[in-house]
Design a protein around this ligand. Sequence first.
Ligand SMILES: [Zn+2]
Length: 438
Amino acid sequence: MRTALLLALLCVLPASAAEPPKPVVLKAARLFDAKSGKLITPGVVIVTEGKITAVGSRAPVPAGAEVIELGDATLLPGFMDAHTHITGQPGEDWRQDVLDRLQRTVAERTVEALPYARTTLMAGFTTVRNLGGEDFIDVGLRNGIRRGRAVGPRIVAATSGLGTTGGHCDGGNSWRKGLLAQESGQGVADGPEALRAKVREHIKYGADLIKVCATGGVLSRNDDVDSPQLTQAELDAIVDEAHARKRKVAAHAHGAEGARRAIRAGVDSIEHGSFLDDEALELMKRKGTFYVPTMIALRGVRERYEKGLLSPEQIPKFKAAEASARQAVRKAISRGVRIAFGTDAGVFAHGRNAEEFALLVEAGLAPAEALRSATSVAAELLGLANQLGTLEAGKLADVVAVPGDPLQDIRRTQQVFFVMKEGVIYRNDRAAPPVVTR
Ligand SMILES: [Zn+2]
């Protein structure tokens, strides 16, 4: 009876579903152990049905497995970027960017985001935490990628950032009253209860976490980069509500006072942190708050500055942040604050994310710690450490490969040539005819 049922089932299933996909064996000269921060030689990862089933040179090779030889390369867990804006990228003129956004439908803007998602994945970033996207496009993109309708990284989506009237997350800043009323509305509220309601609304429409703009920003046009923009009570309400719903909170904060309020409220990470002082860093260390420095964001803004693309209001804010940020990151590293990798991609071109690794190393982070910041440490910040972040049996098969040894030269991370996400190979520039073992 049971056999008959099984046969009947097999008849209606497509052949591929009846035959489980072939196991894959990835082989390279080295493997980065994101737990210990050490290299293992040689690197061997066995993948079956989207998951890692065994790791290490002594792992038994299953019969019929496809063996992929990657040669003088290092296997690493898929990189994670804890701070992206994957639905957009700046053009040459910020006014035109705003008008384009207003004129285009949500569908058009979603289609325009598809290459950004693809480029990010091909650069080795198999997971991103998207910290701010309008009209819930990040939620749609996340779901489409999850369903296999688009190619891109796994997205942990914050939807639009929360903030107060006239703050960094208020898209209507510096425009005539009423002109950008809709842009203003999405994450903006004032007072603890109204912000609490925003948290509920964002979660209702698909937010995986909450982003809040605790201080001014570099690119917003009518606020100070370092002033706090929410009261302690407002931040407390946001974090209380988000955590009650099992959602993490990321706080954009440049200035120390706004950051301190956010840390006291219990946010999970501080983003940018250009003016973090000793007191704020000590508080982060004590509370275990992650720091996501996004150093490449200021490099991206510098490039725009050098091309004459910053507005007069943005220039002094950029210069002040740039003068202070490196020192803040150095201090955080020497104090042992947990550093998670994030870039702010979308403020500059997507796909350049891995440039952040070298900047972190230049600021004093050991190469192995820089790699951990984008793998095991980022997975912890994103709440995904039980599924991702290390190459271990039982985890999802997100694996990337870079040529040579990234501990000797961290810039190797900018040369990702192999990308696997959940067992599916999206890129292999060293592809050779497959070898089938018997
Ligand atoms: Zn950002």
